[in-house]
Design a protein around this ligand. Structure first.
Ligand code: HEC
Length: 134
């Protein structure tokens, strides 16, 4: 084998190694980014729903919009958390979804306020059952 071929082989080996490492790194990062990103979005919608429901300017439709986003995100989260091996997630999500649906169905601002408070408690309940989460 000529010197040039040996060098070409070495460079190829190095490149494959680097590529393999970066694929692994991105898989690792996704492991963290996807669940955390989903939860961060749910938190942001909860804050906005609270804001829409509070005070005299209570806006039922606006709050409902954010609660519906929470509903959709927590449904998406089933696949994400199942892939991560959070075994009880689908079961706990079902209970959570019922509470979210109740809040969405609220037909006045008092019921909406209570509903949103129950959603926040339901977030905490699932976190409590999944140790190490906030
Ligand atoms: C069915 C279970 C479940 C429900 C419901 C749930 N969460 Fe979570 N949440 C988790 C788990 C599990 C983690 C840990 C994720 C991780 O770090 O990998 C988490 C993590 C988080 C985090 C921290 C993310 C980070 O950056 O580490 C926030 C913020 C959060 N959840 C907000 C919420 C809010 C707000 C709600 C309700 C609107 C909610 N969660 C509902 C299971 C749930």
């Amino acid at each position: 084998m000529s010197g040039a071929k040996v060098i070409a082989l070495l460079v190829t080996g190095l490149l494959v190694g680097v590529m393999g490492t970066s694929v692994m790194m991105s898989a690792w990062q996704q492991r963290g980014v996807l669940p955390k990103g989903t939860m961060a979005l749910m938190e942001s919608h909860l804050t906005k729903a609270r804001r829409a429901a509070s005070g005299e300017a209570c806006d039922l439709d606006r709050a409902r919009h954010h609660l519906q986003r929470i509903d959709a995100l927590s449904t998406d989260a089933i696949d994400i958390f199942t892939a991560l091996g959070t075994d009880n997630f689908p079961i706990e999500q079902r209970a959570f979804a019922r509470v979210v649906t109740q809040a969405i169905d609220a037909n006045d601002c008092t019921a909406l306020g209570t509903g949103i408070k129950m959603v926040a408690d339901a977030c905490d309940a699932c976190h409590h059952n999944n140790h190490g989460s906030p």
